[in-house]
Design a protein around this ligand. Structure first.
Ligand SMILES: CC(=O)SCCNC(=O)CCNC(=O)[C@H](O)C(C)(C)COP(=O)(O)OP(=O)(O)OC[C@H]1O[C@@H](n2cnc3c(N)ncnc32)[C@H](O)[C@@H]1OP(=O)(O)O
Ligand SMILES: O=C([O-])CC(=O)C(=O)O
Length: 372
């Protein structure tokens, strides 16, 4: 009897894991994070609240929020030897590769590296959350021949991260919008990078290895790399009409338009993109210049009319980061920094209930018989 082989290209629609962390509920239109809708959370909670929710499974009290902020400040420092590694990397090194190298190097400074218990993994997660913004900012700066920037402890977590990326203390509006972007990027069920991290962790490999693999996954333009690609595309145009022409040309040439489409949302707008669109409007109002908003809106209309496709988070995060004055090459590293907490939660869960990932294939090659 022939066994039925069910194959889904790109694992489309395949359930890869059980999880208590998050779920894209496309029926009710919610991004469920530990039971709450991320969009509703994003209206009143800060990134550190989401960190607590993801790692401790509940929202923090006021005291707990202060204590996390203090704990992370105590973890901002990165070893001088790791900074030295960046000094030896060629100037053409992509910031995601610099970041990947830095995270990988941290494994050597973990004196409990063989411990996969949740307690130690969680301690590691907090340490990483303290250090990742520093690694993102200083790997980029060192590779580009700039001086190291020191964290500023008097600032909030997000304001300090912003400061380290731009050298500028953010205004209240800038801090609020940057923090919102971190909330929105923090966790999203089972994207390619999270799957990568869980696959790596399923061999009983460590958190650093899982995150290193996730960075490589996130770098790709079909995933996190899209936010940078969107900004390069927007910058090709100086007017709305020019942007429309660029999009029409790309569509005519059957090119994919970065920042549109999503495996799960498919023909609907990513609800996180709408939050970033509103943030972009606030920044445009503040600057008295709404060109980017008008360009993006025109692009949205063309994609809806021509392809029935809608923006994902990267489409509106890119112009928001641009208006915040952040270098384009840092957009995807920021995505990773925010996602560090979600990835850590997934690796912790994988180690708690582990079964090795080892799928099969649908073989389409030839078969040959040998004479002897
Ligand atoms: C935060 C994030 O990481 S969100 C994702 C960020 N990535 C991007 O923005 C990159 C651009 N988008 C894409 O490439 C895709 O929409 C993905 C990778 C996100 C989802 O891909 P999938 O679910 O595999 O869809 P797939 O790539 O098979 O596309 C299905 C169809 O829609 C078309 N399509 C999908 N996205 C786009 C797009 N952005 N521009 C033009 N056409 C598109 C494809 O060409 C394909 O058409 P066809 O059936 O005529 O060949
Ligand atoms: O869910 C996905 O496939 C990609 C995505 O939007 C994310 O990782 O935030």
């Amino acid at each position: 009897m022939k066994t039925e082989v069910r194959y889904f290209s790109g694992l489309d629609g395949v359930i890869a894991s059980e999880t208590k962390i998050s779920f894209l509920d496309t029926v009710q239109g919610e991004i469920v994070i530990r039971g709450y809708d991320l969009i509703k959370l994003s209206k009143n909670q800060s990134y550190l609240d989401i960190v607590h929710l993801l790692l401790e499974n509940r929202l923090p009290t006021v005291e707990e929020r202060t204590s996390i902020a203090d704990m992370l400040k105590g973890e901002y420092h990165i070893p001088a030897e790791v900074l030295n590694i960046f000094r030896h990397l060629p100037q053409v090194t992509h910031p995601m590769d610099g970041l990947r190298t830095g995270i990988s190097a941290l494994a050597g400074y973990d004196n409990k590296i063989d411990d996969r218990s949740s307690k130690i993994n969680k301690e590691r997660a907090y340490k990483l959350l303290g250090k990742v913004p520093n690694i993102v900012a200083n790997s980029y700066r060192i590779i580009n021949g700039q001086d190291v920037i020191e964290p500023m402890n008097k600032l909030s977590y997000s304001a300090n991260f912003f400061y380290m990326l731009t050298g500028k203390i953010p205004s209240l509006l800038e801090e609020m919008i940057f923090d919102l972007s971190l909330v929105l990027y923090s966790e999203h069920e089972m994207p390619n990078s999270t799957f990568t991290a869980r696959v790596i962790a399923s061999t009983q490999s460590d958190l650093f290895g899982a995150l290193t693999g996730a960075i490589a996954s996130l770098k790709g333009s079909l995933h996190g790399g899209a936010n940078e690609a969107v900004m390069y595309m927007l910058n090709e145009a100086k007017t709305v009409a020019e942007f429309e022409e660029i999009l029409h040309k790309k569509l005519y040439n059957k090119e994919k338009i970065m920042g549109f489409g999503h495996r799960v949302y498919m023909k609907k707008m990513d609800p996180r993109a709408l939050m970033m669109k509103k943030a972009l409007k606030k920044l445009c109002d503040e600057h008295g210049d709404d060109l980017l908003l008008r360009m993006c809106a025109a692009g949205e209309k063309i994609m809806e009319d021509e392809k029935g496709l809608y923006p994902n988070l990267d489409y509106y995060a890119a112009p928001v980061y641009w208006m915040l004055g952040i270098p384009i090459a840092l957009y995807t590293p920021i995505f990773f920094s925010s996602r560090t907490v979600g990835l850590c939660a997934h690796v912790i869960e994988q180690h708690e209930h582990n079964r090795l990932f080892r799928p099969r294939v649908l073989y389409t090659g030839e078969r040959h018989s040998l004479r002897n």
